[in-house]
Design a protein around this ligand. Sequence first.
Ligand SMILES: C[S@@+](CC[C@H](N)C(=O)[O-])C[C@H]1O[C@@H](n2cnc3c(N)ncnc32)[C@H](O)[C@@H]1O
Length: 341
Amino acid sequence: MELTSVLNQSLTYISSFALKCAADLDISGRIQAYGRPMPLNELARSIPISPEKDMMLGRLMALLVQKEVFAQDEAGYVLTPVSKLLLTEHSNMGAFARYITQPPFTKVMCVMGEWFKEGAAGSTVYMMANDGKPSWDLFKENPQLGKLFNEAMTSRCKQQMRDFAKSYPHIFDGLNSLVDVGGNTGTAVKIIAEAFPFLRCTVLDLPHVVAEANLEDDSFNVVAGNMLEQIPPAEAFLIKNVLHDWRDEDCVGILKRCKEAIEPRKDGSKVIIVDIIQDFKNNNPKATETGHLFDILMMCCHGSKERTKQEWHDIILGAGYSGYKIHPAQLGVDCVMELYP
Ligand SMILES: C[S@@+](CC[C@H](N)C(=O)[O-])C[C@H]1O[C@@H](n2cnc3c(N)ncnc32)[C@H](O)[C@@H]1O
């Protein structure tokens, strides 16, 4: 039992690469296009791969079926709710698997032990593995990787935001303007602008990131800038999956800058944080495990973390907010917090 557990945990990174391989080969799209359970040889011919690799493809599919990415009946392979998320035209979540398995990130995980023993104070594991460079520089220097990152963020964001208006119908009541701080290429603001047409929405992100936004889309404005320096004024700010990338002191700085930039309204002006709360009670062990995995990813890449309720409390009050609330409904593994100036 224990031996199996050690072997399983040592080998489990192979699942990440199997998922990436399924995305690279667009296996979900092929099964979807086939329209009925797809036998192995039909799947193999559709890719196409040479016939001597059919059995190997079968073995890849066996692992993915075991992981419930696909299912199998006597007639062939079928999609599951997981593999439906890999369909490029719907959600394209394969982009996340492709991005996170890139060598600059896998290299990071390889040197985690070395970093614990020898990493300089204030350095990150990422810097140790990538010639001392901080992670955000990589996307600027390597536009292909930057594009993959943006694609991964866009895909996850679309999934998170799918039911946003239904889950939080009153979150923007009485408000006229919103800035999405670190809003990437504008996926969230576009969805928000459609669902809440009375809101003037703006996305703020780094210049090379917003350069990839659809500038012809007039449903939102775009500001190229640095949230550590300046944040454009608005009645509300969204900071989604951003603060977990930053150390406590930077989070306090970003939140203080939002508080200064907030245009006060008698009732309503607020900052909305969407991020993981590590000790948020739910009945989903997968979500808890995902929280720990993201926490190690943040530690290694940015020297930051996923936070507990108490840690969020300290940051929010440390930035001078008068109060806050945590919504009971989650957005996937993330929680929604409302901060009041
Ligand atoms: C993990 S992504 C989250 C993106 C988006 N909010 C979402 O939920 O999909 C973090 C974002 O912060 C942006 N970012 C990093 N440093 C920044 C800075 N100094 N000023 C503005 N944006 C920054 C990145 O470019 C990236 O788009």
